[in-house]
Design a protein around this ligand. Structure first.
Ligand SMILES: [Zn+2]
Length: 339
């Protein structure tokens, strides 16, 4: 088969790869219905974050049909449609039981999902099966639950978004846009999206944003204060991962409020004194998508949400390199890949 491999900065190749096989008895092999490119894939693509070893097989968002299972697998069987998280989990250890499957004691981060076939370790604890094979038009939204929606949902949950509250979303990438959708689902009364791009503002509004703030830095903080009686917001969802966005988030939050951060941080450094006097709750990390998957899948199957709208570019898998280019140049919000 052919799969996607990153060789270096802006060097993505679609090339011959060995077909994945069952290695451990808890593994499953999936034939993917769809895969996609993550905002976090752009960091190594741009040469900013270095993988320990290059070349590296790419892709960690996936859904598809179970092709084969190892002899210990009980919860999923060949022929079933499944969605899994970007982090594998046994779903039984203390950390998993507490809802933090993305830090499971047996966790592995998925890779190699930008390919037609994928090996998923810890299949019983990682994959969520769906009773019937879903209609084709729901595949993009089901794929979104695998990471981008699950991460946006965690951003809203970790920022304590509640009915009647004000939420600010920093970042208008796919995760930020779905953080808006998640805040809406959790009942936020006012949702302020910080975005400078017209097409993204439009989608943010469609997902539930009530206000758009285009300013950044000090001006952006001042605008949020203006909109929140001078106090700052109850909940601020940081969906980027830079120093600027993190400070934007912390400084836009009222004392006693909540900041979540779900963008992989790059060279973010925080000052202890500022944190002390800011008096905000901080909670973030790799999203425990597995915790939310059953509920998110149900919302999609019931057609209550349509997170698949973030895929504004759909390409055959063999054009994956163009998918990366389009996202890198911000011509596309998120690229769906069809094997
Ligand atoms: Zn675990």
């Amino acid at each position: 088969m052919k799969g996607t491999v990153l060789y270096g900065a802006r060097d993505i190749r679609f090339e011959d790869r060995p077909e994945p096989k069952i290695i451990k008895p808890a593994d499953a092999i999936l034939r993917l219905s769809a895969s996609c490119i993550c905002g976090s894939d752009l960091w190594p693509y741009r040469g900013i974050a270095n993988f320990a070893e290059l070349p590296a097989p790419m892709g960690h968002e996936y859904c598809g049909i179970v092709e084969e299972v190892g002899k210990e697998v009980r919860n999923v069987k060949p022929g079933q449609f499944v969605v899994g998280s970007f982090a594998t989990s046994d779903n039984t250890c203390v950390i998993c039981q507490d809802g933090y499957q993305s830090s499971c004691v047996q966790r592995e981060f998925m890779s190699a999902a930008q390919a037609p076939l994928l090996r998923v370790p810890l299949a019983d604890g990682t994959l969520v099966p769906i009773t019937d094979v879903p209609p084709k038009e729901l595949i993009p939204s089901l794929l979104a639950t695998s990471d981008v929606l699950g991460t946006g949902w965690f951003a809203a949950d970790a920022a304590n978004v509640k009915s009647g509250k004000t939420a600010v979303v920093v970042g208008d990438g796919a995760v930020g846009l779905l953080a808006v959708l998640s805040a809406k689902q959790m009942g936020a009364e006012r949702i302020i999206a910080m975005s400078r791009h017209e097409s993204r503002q439009k989608l943010a509004r469609e997902f539930g944003a009530t206000d758009i703030v285009t300013e950044r830095g000090e001006e952006g903080i001042a605008r949020i204060k203006e909109l929140t009686k001078g106090l700052g917001a109850d909940s601020v969802l940081e969906c980027v991962g830079t120093q600027e966005s993190m400070l934007q988030a912390i400084r836009s939050t009222r004392p006693g409020g909540y900041v979540s951060y779900v963008g992989v941080p790059h060279a973010v450094k925080l000052d202890g004194t500022e944190l002390f006097f800011g008096e905000v709750h901080l909670h973030g990390g790799p999203a425990p998508v597995r915790r939310y998957l059953p509920d998110l899948i149900e919302l999609v199957l019931d057609e209550k949400i349509n997170p698949g709208k973030v895929f504004d570019l759909k390409l055959p898998l063999d054009q994956v390199a163009e998918g990366y280019r389009a996202m890198d140049e911000r011509r596309a919000i998120k690229t769906l890949l069809q094997p």
